[in-house]
Design a protein around this ligand. Structure first.
Ligand code: SAM
Length: 201
């Protein structure tokens, strides 16, 4: 909404109807035409953009090379010449991937004033296929009752030169990989890959 208020002609997709509904709740009805349930590998918005972003690890949900290349090339088709595609991935923590996580409390706070929310994370990694199998257990207060729900997701983790080779196989050109959201250089302390690609003429 902030971006729209500042004049950005911005559109959004997500494969999950639930996520699209959360986004809709933040928008006035007249802006609903800007958001659609679509897969990043196959989307078609019938318009082109100067900038496309896949924030907060969307790309890590693409488990196969085929899906990853389809996504890069579908993004390419939606960019104007000189346009950028930016996405983020976490840098694999080898110790954590090797040891896994067993019911680690990684959030203990409130989702609204006075309403508790706790998150426990379990993870085991398939090191050969570079996939983390993750289970989140959420515990929260709702109408003075404690509720619990489990949610599972698989995330594909990437290494630096894999990203370089992957983008090189696509129609996009790799411009840079930063180590944080402030365009800091990639170094041994970095936690994120911020991948900047461009549609070059
Ligand atoms: C961690 S969430 C980030 C959501 C949002 N980009 C944000 O910053 O709040 C990752 C999102 O990727 C979406 N996703 C996973 N696979 C996708 C696909 N193939 N196409 C489009 N979205 C996908 C999930 O539904 C999920 O909403």
């Amino acid at each position: 909404m902030e971006a729209l208020d500042q004049g950005a002609d911005i559109f959004g997709i997500d494969i999950s109807p639930e996520m699209i509904n959360i986004l809709k709740d933040k928008l006035p009805e007249k802006e609903y035409y800007r958001i659609q349930i679509q897969d990043i590998c196959t989307f078609n918005l019938e318009r082109k953009f100067d900038l496309i972003i896949a924030p907060f690890r969307v790309f890590m949900h693409l488990l196969t090379v085929d899906e990853q290349l389809k996504a890069l090339d579908t993004v390419f088709e939606h960019l104007n010449p000189g346009g950028n595609f930016i996405f983020d991935l976490f840098i694999p923590n080898l110790k954590m991937l090797h040891e896994g996580l067993n019911h680690v409390k990684d959030f203990d706070g409130e989702y609204e004033p006075g309403k508790k929310l706790i998150r426990y994370t379990s993870m085991h990694a398939d090191l050969v296929n570079q996939i983390s199998h993750i289970t989140f257990k959420l515990v929260w207060d709702e109408d003075s009752i404690e509720k619990t729900e489990e949610w599972k997701t698989d995330l594909r983790f990437f290494f630096r030169y894999e990203i370089e080779h992957l983008v090189a196989q696509s129609k996009l050109k790799l411009v840079d990989i930063f180590g944080d959201f402030e365009e800091g250089e990639l170094n041994k302390n970095s936690k994120e890959f911020i991948v900047i690609c461009e549609k070059q003429d």
